[in-house]
Design a binder for this molecule. Structure first.
Ligand SMILES: [Zn+2]
Length: 374
């Protein structure tokens, strides 16, 4: 031992030690590495430097292990000055070992980082894929669900969403709206749907559909219309929201993955309670722009099939926009149905693709109905 050499804290592994291991006080001479075990008897162990096999490890990757030729003895330390001292010892022979060890370790660290980033990205992609996959599957599942789910949710929503007072079933305005529904029903995508219409006595220019075929038309809208065909246009649009099942799609999209999964597993009880909750927030009757366009085009198709000019629907949009477009509170229907110019354009384009047809006028006395509403 050369006591003038610096001492490093560390440890050692050897079969002669009580537990096979011990803390150690380590010294570096010109020719060997000497470790004095910090246990009873303080036995000493040594590894000639020209025999020393280095390795890096430990949690930090900065622990230096020196093993002898037959690997029966290992001396290790994490002391930074020990690392430097070992690297400079033995005329540079160990320094080369250190360099290759460090290079290998950097490569591993880089591969680990790349692996973590790749795995994170892959996981995110899978999550996004599953999310949209489930939503898409839920849209398909919505169409596969029995119509009675729509009807149950719609029934529960009527109380909270349909304002009072409502006109009697035999009021001329109710009869006119009902007659229009009757004429359009055979051309609906789901003709067996239980379409009904309630007329609300309110000057608000508004109309909406609930899931299951219940529709609500405000007297303000009936008074504003210039022809029964224009009212037919609005009703066809609302019937299309019901047959395209936009209310249930709204549930699945607003509540996201939870409702989507409930659709997929067919948890109908859960869905019905969700639907009744949403009814209070009107989520059932405010649709995406895509849904609005779908309802326009499906409504135009129905009108065309029924022999009613779909341009009347487009005209009514234009009329409402011109008259009340700047006061959305007056025209709730307009404010929830944006971009009218685009909608009119879309309807006209659809009609260009349909076979030419001689349209009829509806045999309904709108003037008399409007007088009954004064
Ligand atoms: Zn709409």
């Amino acid at each position: 031992m050369i006591d003038s050499n610096p001492t490093f804290r560390g440890g050692l592994f050897h079969a002669d030690l009580p537990d096979g291991r011990s803390g150690a006080s380590i010294k570096l001479t010109r020719t060997e590495l000497v470790a004095e075990a910090l246990c009873e008897g303080q036995p000493q162990f040594a590894i000639p430097l020209n025999e020393c096999q280095l390795d890096l490890g430990g949690a930090s990757g900065k622990m230096v292990f020196c093993r002898n030729a037959d690997r029966s003895l290992t001396i290790f330390s994490e002391d930074p000055s020990f690392v430097a001292a070992v690297a400079q010892s033995a005329y540079g022979t160990l320094e080369a070992q250190f360099r290759s060890l460090r290079a290998r370790r950097r490569g591993e660290a880089n591969r680990f980082r790349v692996g973590v980033v790749a795995a994170t990205l892959a996981f995110a992609l899978v999550c996004v894929g599953v999310y949209f996959g489930v939503l898409a599957a839920a849209r398909t599942a919505v169409r596969a669900l029995p119509i009675r789910i729509d009807e149950q949710i719609g029934e529960m929503a009527i109380q909270s969403l349909v304002p009072e007072p409502r006109l009697d079933a035999d009021h001329p305005a109710t009869l006119l709206a009902h007659e229009i529904v009757q004429q359009l029903q055979p051309h609906a995508a789901i003709p067996e749907m239980n379409f009904r219409v309630l007329v609300v006595a309110s000057d608000e220019v508004n109309a909406f559909a609930l899931p299951g075929g219940q529709m609500v038309v405000y007297t303000g809208l009936l008074k504003k219309a210039e022809s029964p065909e224009q009212i037919a246009g609005v009703i066809a649009h609302e019937m299309s929201h019901a047959t395209l099942r936009h209310g249930l799609q709204g549930v699945s999209q607003s509540l996201g993955i939870v409702a989507a999964v409930q659709f997929l597993v067919g948890d109908l009880g859960g869905l019905v309670s969700i639907g009744s909750q949403l009814a209070q927030k009107s989520i059932l009757t405010s649709y995406s722009r895509t849904a609005e366009t779908e309802a326009d085009l499906e409504g135009a198709r129905m009108l065309h099939e029924a022999g009613i000019d779909p341009v009347a629907m487009a005209e009514f949009f234009a009329l409402l926009e011109a008259e009340v477009g700047d006061i959305p509170d007056v025209a709730a229907w307009i404010s929830t149905h944006p971009q009218h110019a685009q909608r009119v354009e879309d309807i006209r384009r659809l009609l260009q693709g349909l076979p030419k047809k001689q349209y009829r006028s509806l045999d309904l006395d709108l003037k008399a109905t409007q007088q009954a509403l004064q």
